[in-house]
Design a protein around this ligand. Structure first.
Ligand SMILES: [Zn+2]
Length: 294
């Protein structure tokens, strides 16, 4: 286990424990979440060493890497995914003004890469998990690359996207610098992450499924991403709500909390969360648009 001695965002070294959250994908093992007293970042600490993290991803229901359709929640997830993939591609095309060169980091099983290609983007998908890369090749006919072999300095990308990936990245600072290096001036970095200032997060507390310990190493809120952006030479240009995530996350959180599926209650919490987060841009998940200045 690794105990963080300094804040992964600002480097300060005084923290307080927020609570201990369960590894709900597995045996319920508890992981402490700390809050930095300087920048207020939440992070999982202690957390498994890098070489031990892999086994926490091997849980049967790690849905991002699988394509099975079993429970109702999984079914909802897959239905919504198809619709939201198209919305994501439309979003990056709008932000960039036209199609161009796109790098999707943490591409999972390659669904977004595939959809972006269909829309005319020149896409590279990077995915560290060999299993996920194999699924992408088989199901989606999408070839993904191993990020360890990627040359970040020669990439010249218009857009780099991370759909629920940054919270998993062990070398946060190194990667942020890589993203900056790989973008052209004026290029865009898209970061989608859960937002623990959302209503659904407050309802479920330590059982909020989007904490997803120990897979999620950091638990961001808006001020954290703004600071991270500025630290690595980006300007935070826009914050966009992701309304579908609150339903999925709330339904999953009901199950974490009670051990039972309570879809209606979960759906209702998700609905309220979207309504409450609409104007304040505080829904369950947010998309941050970071621009590398010209
Ligand atoms: Zn900090």
């Amino acid at each position: 286990m690794i105990e963080e001695k300094s804040c992964p965002l600002c480097g300060a070294n005084s923290f307080k424990e927020v609570f201990k959250a369960p590894y709900f994908r597995g045996d319920g093992e508890l992981f402490a979440i700390k809050e930095c007293e300087n920048c207020e970042l939440w992070f999982t600490s202690p957390r498994p060493a890098n070489e031990d993290l892999g086994k926490y991803y091997e849980s049967e229901d790690y849905i991002s890497h699988s394509d099975k359709r079993e429970s109702i929640i999984d079914h909802v997830y897959h239905l919504v995914r198809t619709y939201s993939l198209k919305k994501k591609v439309n979003l990056i095309t709008r932000l960039n003004g036209e199609v161009g060169r796109l790098l999707d980091f943490g591409a999972g099983t390659g669904h977004f890469v595939k959809q972006a290609k269909i829309a005319g983007w020149d896409v590279i998908g990077l995915e560290p998990s060999a299993d996920a890369r194999n699924v992408a090749a088989k199901n989606g006919d999408t070839k993904l690359e191993d990020p360890s072999a990627f040359d970040w300095t020669e990439a010249k990308m218009n857009v780099i996207s991370l759909w629920h990936v940054l919270e998993h990245v062990t070398d946060l600072h190194l990667k942020m610098q890589d993203f900056n290096n790989a973008l052209i001036d004026g290029g865009i970095l898209i970061i989608a992450v859960p937002n623990h200032e959302s209503y659904d997060s407050q309802v479920y507390g330590k059982n909020w499924a989007a904490l997803d310990v120990p897979l999620h190493l950091y638990h961001f809120k808006k001020r954290n991403i703004k600071e991270l952006a500025e630290k690595f030479g980006f300007v935070l240009e826009e914050v966009i709500n992701m309304p579908f995530d609150s339903y999925y996350v709330s339904m999953l959180s009901e199950k974490v909390e009670s051990g039972k599926q309570n879809l209606i209650k979960g759906f209702w919490t998700g609905f309220k969360s979207n309504l409450k987060g609409l104007r304040t841009k505080n829904q369950s998940s947010l998309v941050y648009v970071l621009r590398k200045p010209k």
